[in-house]
Write a protein that binds this ligand. Structure first.
Ligand SMILES: Nc1ncnc2c1ncn2[C@@H]1O[C@H](COP(=O)(O)OP(=O)(O)OP(=O)(O)O)[C@@H](O)[C@H]1O
Ligand SMILES: O=C(O)c1ccc[n+]([C@@H]2O[C@H](COP(=O)([O-])O)[C@@H](O)[C@H]2O)c1
Length: 214
């Protein structure tokens, strides 16, 4: 059965890096990929754009293709958007279908600070997406958790429901939402870093421009 993979994020805003790595992960894993915007991201300040603006940007970004989808379940839950809760819901809905939690190498290195993090491996496989720069070091507890789970090919992600870790070598794109917010706040126009459609709807980017200081 084709795996269902999710890429959770704040998407403040969604950018070409998210879209490219999600697309490539979908191809590498032969999986359906859903982007899952967080309502209240657990480990960072609240987003600058509203939930409505972040979802509108995602809809614009995903228009015109059918490989990547959008799952809004975290926006319907109160409180912090814990990934373990999202995966538990998906597991209950999808039975034994393989689930894959996608995350950038930066996010994976911080996994041991996530809510009930060891349970994530019981609920899903993990696909770690390369990001430019030196891969961040893994703390000992994470290394121990990955030990024995690491697979070199994606076959296990099709035959088992959860529990493997695979490193996915995706095109390195040094694009981050932080950088894009800074450019917009500085009055710049980050064309080619954001989906083209966003420039046709300037009100969606207005929140970042008005965050300009000074
Ligand atoms: N260019 C990229 N390459 C690989 N993974 C990425 C890239 N950008 C984001 N990701 C991953 O996508 C997920 C969601 O990212 P998020 O919405 O926090 O974007 P971000 O660009 O890292 O944002 P910020 O700069 O605000 O922290 C995370 O797992 C993150 O590691
Ligand atoms: O479950 C957690 O404790 C947890 C801690 C930090 C981040 N996450 C999730 O990781 C995804 C990326 O988060 P962020 O802050 O890098 O945008 C997003 O879906 C968050 O909900 C989840």
């Amino acid at each position: 059965m084709k795996p269902l993979a999710i890429l959770g994020g704040t998407f403040d805003p969604v950018h070409i890096g998210h879209l490219c790595v999600a697309w490539e992960a979908s191809e590498l894993l032969d999986a359906e990929v859903q982007l899952v915007p967080a309502s209240v991201p657990p480990h960072r300040p609240p987003p600058i754009a509203s939930v409505e603006q972040r979802v509108a940007m995602l809809r614009v970004a995903l228009a015109g293709q059918d490989r990547l989808g959008l799952d809004l379940r975290e926006l319907e839950r109160a409180g912090p958007s814990y990934t373990v809760d999202t995966l538990a819901e998906l597991r209950a809905e999808y039975g034994a279908r393989p689930l894959v939690l996608l995350m950038g190498a930066d996010a994976f290195a911080g996994l041991t600070s996530w809510h009930r993090w060891p349970e994530l491996f019981d609920l899903a496989h993990v696909g770690v997406l390369s990001r430019p720069g030196d891969p961040p070091a893994w703390p000992e507890a994470l290394r121990a958790a990955v030990d024995g789970r690491r697979v070199e090919t994606v076959d296990a992600l099709h035959t088992r429901s959860a529990g493997s870790v695979v490193l996915l070598d995706v095109t390195p794109l040094a694009i981050s939402a932080t950088r894009i917010r800074d450019l917009l706040a500085g009055g710049r126009l980050p064309r080619y870093l954001l989906p083209d459609g966003l420039f046709g709807e300037p009100e969606l980017l207005a929140a970042y421009r008005s965050s300009r200081r000074g």
